[in-house]
Design a binder for this molecule. Structure first.
Ligand SMILES: NC(=O)c1ccc[n+]([C@@H]2O[C@H](COP(=O)([O-])OP(=O)(O)OC[C@H]3O[C@@H](n4cnc5c(N)ncnc54)[C@H](OP(=O)(O)O)[C@@H]3O)[C@@H](O)[C@H]2O)c1
Length: 225
């Protein structure tokens, strides 16, 4: 039976590639985008597109009304933003708020909003696309304050969600997609979106409840917090 995925930020980059690969194998994809009309022009877009602005709490709270009462088997919190706030001189309250709102807070609020749909799903799986730049252990390069901080925060929040929801059969994980050639990753990245996403789908396919609360690299290995 087809699995139903909801993928945030499905109009470009990794989100679009998730939509393409999952749809191509017969799964059902609901993609969230900021501009439905524009996203509908993109070849391989998700068959169902719903509007969502991650920085707007009202947009998140009203998402269930746009999705309907259908079961969602797997939520992929993919949408994210990078940041130019690299040094102490660059950081500001406004930049921290902008980046944390999208990368850290929205995945939690989206998961909460969609809990009734996820509870009706067969997999009860919440996959949040984080980054190895959120690993405190691997932070030898310093700086990149807002982005690193937001990904470390979402790692913590994903574990908290897992601990709260595991009793109901949920697994919440964070994944690093590798350094990938997208608008965010840039042209010098070693991985193409097709490669990163095919690895990630293979990983997602084999995740079970006992994998919840973990931080995975795209190749399925465990990353340190
Ligand atoms: N590429 C890499 O090398 C890399 C490495 C590590 C982690 N990641 C993570 O992987 C995920 C996907 O990144 P990507 O490389 O595919 O980036 P991307 O090409 O820049 O795409 C980002 C996606 O997020 C959406 N988005 C951003 N802000 C949003 C908002 N406020 N509301 C709704 N949607 C919003 C964008 O929509 P719009 O088109 O409307 O802006 C777009 O669909 C992100 O979480 C990123 O942090 C990427």
């Amino acid at each position: 039976m087809a699995t139903t995925y909801l993928v945030t930020g499905s109009n470009r980059g990794l989100g679009l590639e998730f939509s393409r690969q999952l749809s191509a194998r017969g799964d059902i994809v609901i993609g969230t985008v900021r501009d439905v009309a524009k996203a509908g022009d993109e070849p391989g877009h998700a068959p169902t597109l719903v509007p969502l602005e991650l920085s707007d709490p009202a947009s998140i709270e009203t998402l269930p009304a746009r999705v309907g009462d259908r079961a969602i088997d797997v939520l992929i919190n993919n949408a994210g933003v990078s940041s130019d706030a690299r040094t102490l001189a660059d950081v500001s309250m406004g930049e921290f708020q902008r980046v944390f709102a999208v990368n850290s807070f929205a995945p939690v609020l989206i998961t909460r909003a969609l809990l009734p749909n996820l509870k009706r799903g067969s997999r009860k799986l919440v996959v949040t696309v984080s980054s190895q730049l959120g690993s405190i252990t691997n932070n030898s390069g310093g700086s990149t304050y807002a982005y690193r901080g937001s990904k470390a925060a979402v790692n913590m929040l994903s574990v908290s969600m897992h601990n709260e929801l595991k009793g109901e059969g949920f697994a919440c994980v964070v994944v690093h997609p590798g350094w990938v050639q997208t608008d965010m990753g840039g042209p010098n990245a070693p991985l193409k979106p097709e490669e990163s996403v095919s690895h990630l789908i293979r990983l997602i396919d084999r995740l079970t409840a006992s994998d919840g609360g973990k931080f995975f690299n795209y190749d399925g290995t465990i990353l340190p917090w």
